[in-house]
Every structure is written in C-alpha cells, then in structure tokens.
Design a protein around this ligand. Structure first.
Ligand SMILES: Cc1cc2nc3c(=O)[nH]c(=O)nc-3n(C[C@H](O)[C@H](O)[C@H](O)COP(=O)(O)OP(=O)(O)OC[C@H]3O[C@@H](n4cnc5c(N)ncnc54)[C@H](O)[C@@H]3O)c2cc1C
Length: 297
C-alpha cells in the first residue's frame, strides 16, 4: 500500500529540524532511517502530513570516545556501530548492533530512531538499560539530558515533547574487569526477537560487585530484573547461582502469547537466555574473548 500524501521537508541542521517540528505542529514527524516509520506509513498506521528528514543534517552521525564515555550521534546507523572499533570497548553494544534484523535494515536504521520509537521489541533500549546511558535531547527551549530510564515512558512512548528530538546518546565506558553480553532468540534474521536478555557485570577479584540484567520483548517495555541481579551481586558466580538468577528472571518476565510463541514458552526462553548471557558476560569480565550471536529457531 502507498502512504497517504505528505509534504517532505529537508532539515539542514538540528536547529532547523526543531523549528520545522514546532511550526508544522503535531502532524509532522522526523524521518531518520525510516525502518520503523516508512513501514507504518505504508500500512497507514502512521499518517503524518509532514516529514522532516534528518538525513542531510551534517554532524549527527558519529561515534566518539570522550570523558570516559562513548558518544553516538542520533543518526548513527546500526551497521556503523556494529563495525566500529571504538564500540568494541563495550562488547554488548556490538552484540546488539550486529543482531538487529538484516544488513539492509542495519545500513539504514539509527540508534536515535530506535530509542525514539520505543518499540517494546526493539533491541537498543534493552541493552542500554544495563549500562549508564544518557539521552540528549534538543527542543525549542534548548537542550536537556535524561537517563534512559527517565526517557522511556511506556510502549511507543518517550519523554520527548513535540518539537523535541534526540540529538545524542552517551554511554559511560564500564570500568576494568567488566563484561556484558546480549542474546536474543529469533525466528529469522529480519524479524524482531521472540525474547532477549542483556547482562552487564563487573568483578572485583572473583566477586561480582555490579550487575544489571534486562529482558526484551517480554513486557510492554524492557524489564530490569532486580531479583535476578540481587541473586548475583556480591557473590562468586557459580553455576548454581546463575541458575537461580535465571529462575528469578523467568518469574519476572511478563510476556504475551502471540504468533512468536506462548507466554510460557517465552518465559522458558528468558531463563535460558539469561543463563547464557550471564556466562558470556562473566567470561568477558575475566578478559576472555567471547563471540556471542543470537539464536535462530
Ligand atoms: C524488517 C525489519 C526488521 C527489524 N528488526 C529489528 C530488530 O530485530 N531489532 C530492532 O531493534 N529493530 C528492528 N527493526 C527496526 C529498526 O531497528 C529501526 O531502525 C528502528 O526501530 C528505528 O530507527 P530508524 O532510524 O529507522 O527510525 P525511523 O523509522 O526513521 O523513525 C522511527 C520513529 O522515531 C522518530 N525519530 C527518528 N529519529 C528521531 C530522533 N533523532 N529524535 C526524535 N525522534 C526521532 C520518527 O519520527 C519515528 O516516529 C526492524 C525494521 C525492519 C523494517
């Protein structure tokens, strides 16, 4: 199906994009990679009267290391993050970028668009919730910075007000002896995961001192699992303890039965994914080179 007619606007700068959004009102939408918006427009689930294209704005696609953090311009494509040697400093980010859909989607889709879309099945929010992540926004009244957990409000809902956009995502580099891993179970590459798990942890000697576990696609938003984290924090991570954390994650998951599987099936997946992701994160925190890749049905 063709989208409904709209007027196309090409922004030359972020400031111009903000001004256009404010002038054009609620019926205007930003266009980044178009990998969520265009399919929705073709299905006529989204019918903006104006599209403000960010793709010709200079200087909003970059990956920079600065002040102990990685800075991602909002228009940075998944594929750029996947291939970046800078991103390799936080391996869980590469796990995420490399597993999103297929090459075509990764070449167009952006990290800023993904967070702004707040799709409960999207990968970025789940992974970034396990790290210290700030979302920088620009709007008619200036700039502001939000923790990711404040930025995400609900399924498809963020703290952005109309006229505001995501300009940059800042991720603090975890300290030495840290490791993380992200694993999803997918039916095929170009579909969203059935369930996913992100684990980021830090060690002091043999003990796990910091840990964050987040689940994707098993709730209306990505879910942090404090009960599973508590089972591991301060402990030496034995197989038995990892199993109990995985059990706690299964209990915390709140999936819906749908075409991807029954709620019970997804809970079982969560258990297995948390276990494997924790094992991989632990190996990475110990300095081992571990490749992880999503599991395909
Ligand atoms: C076949 C297919 C499979 C996919 N599989 C996956 C998957 O497995 N995992 C996954 O995570 N994603 C998946 N995606 C989605 C993909 O990752 C998109 O890139 C992402 O969701 C949206 O990014 P985008 O740059 O394409 O945004 P767009 O589609 O251009 O925009 C999405 C929304 O965000 C708004 N927006 C865009 N940029 C900004 C900004 N800077 N500030 C404020 N608002 C903004 C737009 O107005 C729009 O409402 C898939 C997409 C397709 C087509």
């Amino acid at each position: 199906m063709y989208p409904q007619a709209f007027t196309y606007h090409r922004a030359g700068s972020l400031k111009e994009a903000v001004t256009l959004l404010s002038q054009l009102g609620e019926s205007a939408k930003l266009l980044a990679g178009g990998q969520s918006l265009i399919p929705l427009m073709k299905l006529r689930f989204a019918n903006p009267k104006h599209l403000v294209d960010l793709n010709f704005v200079h200087g909003i696609s970059y990956i920079q290391q600065k002040d102990g953090a990685l800075h991602f311009g909002a228009l940075t494509r998944h594929a750029e993050i996947e291939k970046s040697p800078t991103t390799a400093k936080i391996p869980i980010l590469r796990d995420c970028a490399a597993g999103i859909a297929d090459v075509q989607v990764r070449n167009r889709g952006t990290i800023g668009g993904s967070l702004a879309e707040a799709d409960p099945s999207g990968d970025w929010a789940t992974v970034l919730l396990t790290l210290s992540c700030e979302v920088r926004c620009a709007g008619p009244t200036g700039e502001r910075s939000l923790e990711l957990s404040e930025f995400l409000k609900d399924a498809y809902t963020t703290a952005l007000s109309h006229g505001e956009l995501v300009s940059e995502i800042v991720v603090k580099i975890p300290r030495d002896n840290s490791g993380g891993a992200y694993l999803a179970f997918k039916r095929t590459a170009p579909v969203y995961p059935t369930a996913s798990a992100a684990v980021q942890l830090s060690l002091e000697g043999d003990r796990c001192t910091e840990i964050a576990i987040a689940l994707g696609c098993v709730g209306l938003m990505p879910i942090r699992v404090p009960q599973a984290e508590a089972a591991l924090r301060g402990q030496q991570l034995t197989p038995k303890l990892i199993e109990s954390a995985a059990d706690a994650a299964r209990t915390a998951a709140d999936p819906q039965s749908d075409m991807r599987g029954s709620a019970d099936y997804k809970r079982q997946l969560v258990r297995a994914l948390v276990k494997r992701a924790t094992e991989a994160a632990l190996q990475r925190a110990r300095g081992q080179q571990v490749e992880v890749s999503h599991i395909y049905a």
